[in-house]
Write a protein of this length. Structure first.
Length: 575
């Protein structure tokens, strides 16, 4: 301390008003200890523990006091006007240390004000402390965290990328473990934080909550999520590993039309989720599942137990399931419980699980309106009616199954129209005797395997009184690629008759291929695929159609480049 002076205004006036002024420079530790001495700390009331501080200070320190008869300590005022450089403070926020901070500090009769910048949680932070002379104050900290800073703190969250700004406020003197936190996610992009939650960078999004940290858990109260269509209000309790112990959201919206509430409770077999509502939009979740698939996630998926009931579950293509009830439990990477009921219009939808002694569980799904169910899932939107029976073996990273559909129609399907008008009848002098815009089929069946976002189809056949098809190939929902090939057979019932005759049948390619068939291939983007037809195969018997295959269809692969080898089905459907 230097440049000290003492001054009284008028010693003839009792009590006498006086002032002590001096310059203070050096270690912040010494100054903070001085301000926390028994004689001064009642007036300085610093909000930080001097033992945790390091840094350099330079500024002016003053005391306004009264002397003589009638003087009262209540009239004493501490004044400080200083700059602090290279400041660090241990356990500044929770266990986190403040580093490399520069601050301006002002203390007078109105209270304390300190502002500055530093490093906190591995990111740039701005600091603003305000405490009036009487009453509680407030500390406000703004921290900017990019992907690297969050990764360094172990806060990397799947589906969040870009810059996140956090504003932390707490009372002064600080209440241990209590703070208000608001996250500004405007500059960040969200994709997969929750199933179907997608937000591009630049779109406004905020999450606010009150945090109370305890020895064994952390309470998140007054949670408010405001991210456009995504809205939530509720509370949650986190364990030492930041996993959810319990959560309750009386209001939760993932889409504008949602009206639901969700409760979660940690159990011995994972997280138990209870979902109730009057309306839930399933499209974001369905899009997430179709684009990623189980195989797209690293590590073992978490165990859960889902109990869902709602009045209306909305899907794609204006399809909805009324009064659905779903029970789904996944433990140890495998589905252990599955039960589904609901209505597609007036038609039924049911799902169940088969118990097997060994191997993955068998999931069974049936519906008396296959077209509506497939449209709901956004797999195909030109099918009408039909009875569906699906059987699936669901493993930890793979699904193998069989799908059969009976008695359905295809309306305005461009591929069928082109096959009929340009394929099998080209050059034969024959004309189609039916309307290709509405074609009736007796059955459709195929084997499939799903791994990640790739769906492989095998041994597919579709037949009716008018035409028949075979199909094999694959679809990739992430790369938006499709590669399907097969044989188209007009007048299927009559044409296939020849394959039933001995000797003729040996040359027709089996009971699912006829004499007057053409090879076709569907390739390119799933949104706008290209249909290729080989008219040369129209007059070739079954065994020659393999030679005149559509160029580039059978050998094409997805984004990886190489064609996938043929795999024997791991699933044999019940007939």
């Amino acid at each position: 301390m230097s440049e000290g002076n003492f001054h009284d205004v008028d010693s003839s006036v009792k009590p006498t008003q006086a002032a002590i002024n001096l310059r203070a420079s050096g270690g912040i530790e010494a100054v903070s200890e001085l301000l926390n001495t028994q004689a001064i700390k009642a007036y300085a009331n610093l909000p930080l523990d001097p033992a945790t501080l390091k840094g350099q200070i330079d500024g002016k320190l003053g005391l306004d006091i009264f002397l003589g008869a009638g003087a009262s300590g209540d009239d004493t005022v501490v004044r400080l006007n200083a700059n602090v450089t290279n400041l660090s403070a241990d356990k500044f926020v929770g266990r986190e240390k403040l580093d490399n901070a520069n601050m301006s500090i002002a203390v007078d009769r109105t209270g304390l004000r300190a502002v500055g910048q530093g490093r906190l949680f591995g990111g740039a932070a701005t600091l603003d402390f305000r405490k009036p002379a009487s009453g509680p104050g407030e500390a406000a900290i703004n921290v900017t965290l990019d992907d690297q800073a969050r990764a360094k703190q172990g806060w990397s969250m799947s589906g969040v990328s870009g810059v996140v700004t956090a504003r932390i406020t707490s009372a002064l003197p600080a209440e241990r473990g209590k703070a208000q936190v608001e996250f500004d996610l405007t500059k960040a992009s969200l994709d997969g934080v929750l199933p179907g939650v997608v937000k591009p960078a630049g779109r406004a999004a905020k999450v606010a909550m009150a945090i109370t940290s305890g020895e064994q858990s952390t309470l998140l109260d007054q949670i408010v999520v405001d991210a456009g269509a995504i809205q939530a209000r509720g509370s949650a309790e986190l364990g030492p590993d930041n996993n959810v112990i319990a959560a309750k959201f009386p209001q939760l919206k993932a889409s504008p039309g949602d009206d639901m509430h969700v409760e979660a409770q940690k159990g011995d077999d994972g997280l138990k989720l209870t979902v109730r509502g009057t309306a839930i939009d399933a499209r974001p979740f369905l899009k997430y599942v179709m684009q990623t698939g189980e195989g797209a996630h690293e590590g073992s998926p978490p165990d859960f137990d889902l109990d869902l009931k709602t009045a209306l579950l909305t899907g794609n293509n204006k399809q909805a399931i009324s009064n659905p009830e779903l029970r789904l439990a996944r433990h140890g990477g495998l589905i252990r419980q599955f039960a589904l009921t609901g209505k597609l219009g007036r038609e039924t939808l049911t799902g169940s699980i088969g118990r097997a002694e060994a191997g993955p569980p068998r999931i069974n799904i049936t519906s008396t309106d296959a077209g509506s169910l497939i449209g709901f899932l956004d797999l195909y939107k030109r099918m009408e009616g039909g009875t569906l029976n699906a059987q699936m073996l669901v493993g930890e990273r793979r699904v193998d199954g069989f799908i059969g559909i009976q008695n359905f129609m295809l309306r305005d399907e461009p591929a069928v129209r082109r096959l009929v008008t340009e394929g099998a009848f080209r050059g034969t002098g024959k004309e189609a005797t039916f309307d290709p815009t509405l074609v009736t089929f007796d059955r459709l069946q195929f084997m499939f395997s799903r791994s990640g976002s790739r769906l492989e189809l095998r041994d597919g056949t579709m037949s009716g009184q008018q035409i028949g098809l075979t199909v094999d190939g694959w679809m990739d929902f992430v790369s938006d690629k499709v590669s399907l090939n097969g044989t188209f057979v007009p007048a299927f019932t009559v044409n296939n008759f020849f394959s039933k005759i001995p000797v003729f049948g040996l040359f027709m390619g089996g009971s699912n291929e006829g004499l007057f068939g053409v090879n076709y291939g569907i390739t390119g983007s799933m949104a706008s695929p290209t249909l290729n037809v080989n008219p040369l195969s129209a007059i070739a018997p079954g065994f020659l159609r393999k030679i005149f295959g559509t160029d580039g269809v059978a050998g094409q692969a997805g984004a990886g480049g190489a064609a996938a080898p043929h795999q024997q089905p791991a699933f044999s459907p019940e007939r």
